[in-house]
Unconditional design. Structure first.
Length: 76
């Protein structure tokens, strides 16, 4: 995680493979039944990952389970 940030700050092109992968995922989401809901879930999960990665008050315990459950509901 911190290495991703360092890579971006030192040489943004190092993240090109990751960008390509995300673009592919986003294209598949946009081809899904509800591209808006799918994109919202993706962005929320990205935010949760970053909160975990940087220790930015990620939800814990019961709240985390509820948040993940709601995200799963939104992805169906």
């Amino acid at each position: 995680g911190a290495s991703l940030l360092a890579a971006y700050l030192n040489d943004p092109e190092l993240l090109a493979p990751l960008r390509e992968r995300y673009e592919g995922w986003q294209e598949r989401l946009e081809a899904s039944g509800d591209p808006v809901a799918a994109t919202i879930v993706r962005l929320a999960v990205d935010g949760l990952w970053l909160a975990d990665l940087f220790g930015l008050a990620p939800p814990q315990g019961k709240l985390r389970k509820q948040v993940l459950g709601r995200l799963r509901e939104g992805s169906q």
